[in-house]
Design a protein. Structure first.
Length: 164
């Protein structure tokens, strides 16, 4: 994809389903500025996204830690598919609002020199998320949506609410 004679930067937007995806989709005005791709978990609520984004969206398996035994196998499969999608898309930048779906992609991206931008969820005002703790150490840019979170993540940038 080109914009005015030059190649557009490949940007991967990734998150789990639900609130994290809702936050990620608030960034949709950025999509037209990049050669973008979206990855989220496959569930009933996301069916319409395939119609809207077509080939620009892919899905990872949905898993919940409340069903730990099956989650272990689904998470292993998620990691394998993550490797496949990373090399298929080859993003220069990975932007995520979390959670466990995004962790393996960010780690893989860091290994292969993609820039990692993590936006800590709006749902947490004074507590770190598990994925936030993991990605904080490797993120090129770590953004929080509450000023109080700067106490927990001192190298973060306060970006304010992602919601319009």
């Amino acid at each position: 994809m080109k914009k005015k004679g030059k190649r557009m930067k490949k940007v991967l937007f990734i998150s789990s389903t639900g609130g994290h995806l809702s936050e990620l989709l608030q960034l949709s005005p950025l999509f037209e500025k990049y050669d973008y791709h979206i990855i989220t978990e496959k569930d009933e609520a996301n069916k319409a996204l395939k119609e809207k984004y077509g080939k620009k969206i892919d899905f990872l398996p949905y898993g919940t830690r409340s069903k730990l035994f099956s989650y272990i196998f689904k998470y292993f499969y998620l990691c394998i598919k993550t490797i496949y999608y990373y090399f298929k898309i080859k993003p220069k930048v990975i932007i995520t609002t979390g959670t466990h779906t995004a962790g393996p992609m960010c780690i893989l991206g860091k290994i292969f020199r993609s820039k990692i931008i993590y936006i800590e969820t709006f749902a947490n005002r004074n507590k770190k998320t598990a994925t936030g703790r993991l990605i904080y150490k490797i993120a090129d840019l770590f953004i929080v949506q509450w000023e109080e979170m700067l106490k927990l993540y001192p190298k973060a940038i306060y970006g304010g609410s992602i919601y319009k």
